[in-house]
Design a protein around this ligand. Sequence first.
Ligand code: BYC
Length: 312
Amino acid sequence: MDTLIQDKLEKEFQEKIDKDIKIEPNDWMPESYRKTLIRQISQHAHSEIVGMLPEGNWITRAPSLRRKAVLLAKVQDEAGHGLYLYSATETLGVSREDTIDDLHAGKVKYSSIFNYPTLTWADIGAIGWLVDGAAIMNQVPLCRTSYGPYARAMVKICKEESFHQRQGYEIISNLMKGTEEQKAMAQDAVNRFWWPSLMMFGPSDADSKHTEQSIRWRIKRHTNDELRQMFVDATVPQAELIGLTLPDPALAWNESRGHYDFGDIDWDEFWQVVGGNGPCNKERIEARIKAKKDGEWVREAALAYAKKHQTN
Ligand code: BYC
């Protein structure tokens, strides 16, 4: 394309963004905007789907019928979120099949948090409270993201995530009212999930390669560090209320900043997990590949049925 035309289109595009006018699938957009969205939305979709695995692991062992029904509903919600987000990715001109194959081939990322194991029932509480809590903090601003289909998907997702966060906090609060053993189990889960939850927000702003451009395009509305701080500020009082200690000796209210200070994140651990070397990376991808293979007969049958109806 002529550079003059390209410049004009890019200028008009940025003006639309600056006026908070949503970009829709058939609108002109720079190729790099489209690519950034495909990357972020597909990663997000994969996270929802892979995120079903650590919790799904506890459906058969939930301690009561009520807990089982609630957990089942939550895990089903995550599947729904994945499907909205795969649909949003498809509006950018990629196929769902290819997107999923990229995940299975290890070519794309999903959230680091889902590479940690769920060892006890309290982990389900910690995930709901901390992981869904972090997800909401990151996702509420995405309801105002510049790409229309992503923003609209996020509105419904956030409503459900907020129910998920409450069910997690309820589980962990109840354990904290229980026996010494139950309290210890809750504390242990929080000890293991606290730092990985802070890592969910991504690398520090100094090391985040996409943030600056994504903020300019209003794909992201806050930086990784801003959201992480908002999460810490919201979560510390919730922990104190139910008698949990967050595993960070540096955590302290800073009057002059009006925020909590917190300790250094182990970025080496983060990059190891992101790079495929976390405790459960291999297991998670294998489970997704197996699910695809096991479902092959269903897809074949559905396709055969659809074809038969087309010709009749
Ligand atoms: N894990 O330049 P940066 C959920 C990658 S919640 C793995 O800052 P960006 C759920 C990043 O992709 C979780 N990788 O990137 C909750 C990039 O690598 P590439 C899903 C990570 O995109 C409960 C590189 O590091 N939420 O689904 O500007 C139950 C440099 O990072 C992570 C979303 O996806 C990580 N934690 O910012 C069930 C929200 N962090 O791609 C399900 C939407 C960074 O260049 N996504 N990386 O190879 C976002 O808001 C942004 O993509 C992020 C990262 C804040 C995550």
